[in-house]
Design a protein around this ligand. Structure first.
Ligand SMILES: [Zn+2]
Length: 473
């Protein structure tokens, strides 16, 4: 937009306006002006409430431990934060961005700046601009202080009580205040009014333009979400007003804005998506809620090495399913929340989050695998040594603890070897148990069980699995 909008017939007033506005950045000429709502809280209150809610959020949601992805999302987020118009910049606010290992297309921000972007949202977005659009919308809720503004209004009508209400600034499937008590994510259930949502769309579009993104990408994201069915299942659209109205409103605003520079690094965005898809299926918010698992804060906040597998790992289910592997040659019971992954010659059973990639290789942090090794060694211990030497080649830190222990596997003589290792992806100490026995044809059958040290419920699961093995050879 330039001053050409004004024509001569508008006379002196127009001319004076032109002089005045020509001193402003061009993009500010015609855009919608947004005002802060009355708010009885201080910006320091926003920060404090947001911090408390963030602590709660990080115990309820699995944060993805992938430094490379986190860094990328943080960079995009900071670029948007830098583009917040000065009247909405609150120096006390500290924006930061974390990725939640959940598949729903969603994101939420808390007062004062903490923001959580679902992995599903990043995977669904077609472009970096679409992802940035959702983030700019959420940043706008924070910058406009919608959480505490809504609480200011709410308390006047006696609708809200305490921090839960104030912090509940989020996108979610449910908007009934009455449901707050039973809801798994009580803190996050409050919905913004349509007016606030429109403001966040408009300011979001303005922030995008100032950051060099095409504001229409926010509108495009609604289409992307709708196409992927995100409107129905507790996702971004279900908690927001009609996507058609918003689409039109954002595009109208986009027509008033000039995009400053261009920020389209599609390579980094694509690489991030590929990385995320490598983790396999993320749990849904509902599954996270139903698992009832809490994520102790200490575990979420550390520095994880690059390439670490995804955040939280589900505990092994107490229910098992019988699985047949190696063309029916082996039957085994595994927790019914584990999935099968065929990795070269071995078959792995792993919980969600229990595997990932490091240095281009698949890395397992939790799970059990089975395999059959060719060997000329008829001596079980020698054959087992061969196998462990082979394992050590891919795992430099693998160390044997003590000797071989005699045991029984599927009714036949077996050896248990207990080893320790440092996981390539997480850098954590892990226990590795190798159980070997011989098949009738002389081949070595083995089970390898891996879990970080001290994870007792995995020990129990491994024992159950081990005891259930049946071999038909
Ligand atoms: Zn919103």
């Amino acid at each position: 937009m330039t001053g050409q909008l004004l024509n001569k017939r508008q006379g002196l007033v127009a001319w004076l306006t032109l002089v005045a506005i020509s001193l402003m950045p061009l993009s500010a000429i015609a855009q919608t002006q947004i005002k802060l709502h009355s708010n009885k809280y201080s910006t320091a209150d926003d920060v404090k409430l947001g911090r408390q809610a963030a602590q709660e959020a990080e115990q309820q949601f699995p944060i993805l431990r992938d430094q490379q992805v986190q860094n990328y999302v943080e960079r995009v987020g900071q670029r948007l934060v830098d583009a917040i118009p000065s009247q909405f910049q609150h120096p006390e606010f500290q924006y930061y961005f974390k990725v939640v290992n959940a598949r729903d297309i969603n994101a939420f921000a808390l007062p004062g700046g903490p923001m959580y972007v679902n992995r599903g949202m990043i995977e669904a977005a077609k472009t970096e601009g679409e992802m940035a659009g959702v983030m700019a919308h959420e940043i706008s809720h924070v910058a406009l202080r919608h959480g505490t503004a809504q609480a200011t209004k709410g308390q006047k009508y006696g609708l809200l009580a305490g921090i839960a209400g104030i912090a509940g600034t989020i996108l979610s499937g449910s908007s009934q205040v009455g449901q707050l008590a039973q809801a798994p994510f009580a803190v996050y259930l409050l919905k913004f009014s349509r007016e606030y949502e429109t403001e966040a769309d408009v300011l979001g579009a303005q922030i995008m333009a100032r950051a060099g993104y095409d504001p229409r990408d926010l509108a495009h994201m609604f289409q992307t979400i709708e196409r992927q069915g995100g409107g129905s299942s507790g996702g971004f659209l279900s908690s927001h007003p009609s996507p058609n109205d918003r689409y039109a409103r954002i595009n109208r605003e986009a027509g008033l804005l000039r995009v400053e520079g261009t920020q389209r690094d599609s390579r980094e965005f694509t690489a991030t998506q590929q990385r995320l898809r490598g983790y396999g299926r993320a749990p849904s918010m509902q599954e996270i809620a139903q698992s009832g698992q809490r994520y102790p804060a200490g575990e979420n906040t550390g520095n994880y090495p690059a390439n670490a597998p995804s955040g939280r790992v589900e505990y092994p289910s107490a229910r098992y399913q019988n699985v047949s592997i190696f063309n029916g040659g082996v039957q085994v019971n595994v927790p019914n929340n584990w999935r099968q992954i065929n990795d070269g010659n071995s078959v792995w059973f792993v919980p969600e989050g229990g595997y990932g990639q490091a240095n281009g290789q698949r890395v397992f942090t939790h799970g059990a695998s089975f395999g059959v090794g060719q060997t000329n060694n008829r001596n079980l211990q020698r054959a087992t040594e061969e196998l462990i030497n082979g394992l050590a080649q891919g795992n430099n830190s693998l160390r044997m603890n003590g000797g071989y222990q005699r045991t029984t596997l599927a009714g036949r003589t077996a050896l248990l070897s207990t080893l320790s290792n440092v996981n390539e992806a997480t850098g954590r100490q892990e226990n590795v148990r190798v159980i070997t026995t011989q098949l009738n044809n002389g081949q070595l059958f083995y089970m390898v069980a891996v879990a970080p040290q001290g994870e007792r419920n995995f020990e129990t699961a491994f024992n159950n699995i081990f005891r259930s093995v049946r071999i038909n050879d």
